[in-house]
Design a protein around this ligand. Structure first.
Ligand SMILES: [Fe+2]
Ligand SMILES: [Fe+2]
Length: 227
């Protein structure tokens, strides 16, 4: 493992910390019907995974891969993960969950480079769609009123559970395929640049839900780094 770039090891650690923290917070929300735990789960999905983890993948990795013909060659497990992707397209999955929980089922909001990837039918559309499906679910969540009754609480929790299901599959795709592709394309100099540009997670201002997230990540053994 010592030849794996530090940035990829960091992303893998974040996947694992997300998965374990997600399970803990989801179980706590489900058992206690506690709105603080539900909010903690949203913060983990939105602030930690989407705005921190995925944004770094999109800003530090995607631009260095975009347009490279070796992207289409894939890695050893890519065909398998592509089959899984086609069998249950993440945007369709997110739209189904939004509708079935009474939330507005908006489509994706492709913009900038992600719109260019769509037009070019780039292989980056696959991780891009996984990420966008998460954002669709987070927007759907905001169309529901606050969880002031058991039914709304349940619907919000189910939307977040769908977020977790899609992103767990996405993490398997990244670790089995996408990260190998990155290692095949990016040069040692590119990894040095990426490492230098990386940043630490800054949690939202302290409150009980944010504290529950930072406690869950610490309990999961996340080796948070201070860049
Ligand atoms: Fe990702
Ligand atoms: Fe990731």
């Amino acid at each position: 493992m010592d030849d794996v770039p530090v940035f990829l090891l960091r992303l893998r650690d974040e996947h694992r910390a997300f998965d374990e923290s997600f399970r803990g917070l989801r179980d706590a929300a489900r058992v206690a019907k506690d709105p603080v735990m539900l909010e903690a789960l949203r913060i983990l999905c939105e602030d930690f995974l989407t705005a921190y983890h995925q944004e770094r993948e999109e800003k530090l990795l995607f631009p260095r891969l975009r347009g490279d013909p070796r992207l289409s060659a894939g890695g050893p497990e890519c065909a398998l993960h592509f089959d899984f992707y086609l069998a249950d397209r993440p945007l369709a999955h997110a739209a189904r969950a939004s509708r079935s929980n009474g939330a507005a089922a908006e489509g994706p909001r492709w913009q900038g480079s992600s719109l260019e990837d769509q037009k070019a039918n780039s292989p980056l559309c696959i991780p891009g769609e996984d990420h966008e499906a998460g954002r669709v679910l987070l927007r759907a969540l905001r169309t529901l009123p606050a969880p002031d009754d058991p039914d709304l609480f349940e619907r919000r929790l189910r939307l977040l559970e769908t977020f977790g299901t899609i992103q767990r599959t996405h993490h398997r795709r990244e670790e089995g395929c996408f990260f190998s592709v990155c290692r095949g394309i990016l040069t040692p100099a590119a990894w040095v640049e990426i490492e230098a540009a990386d940043r630490a997670w800054r949690p939202p201002p302290e409150n009980p839900a944010v504290q529950a997230v930072t406690d869950a990540l610490a309990k999961a053994g996340w080796p948070r780094f201070a860049a």
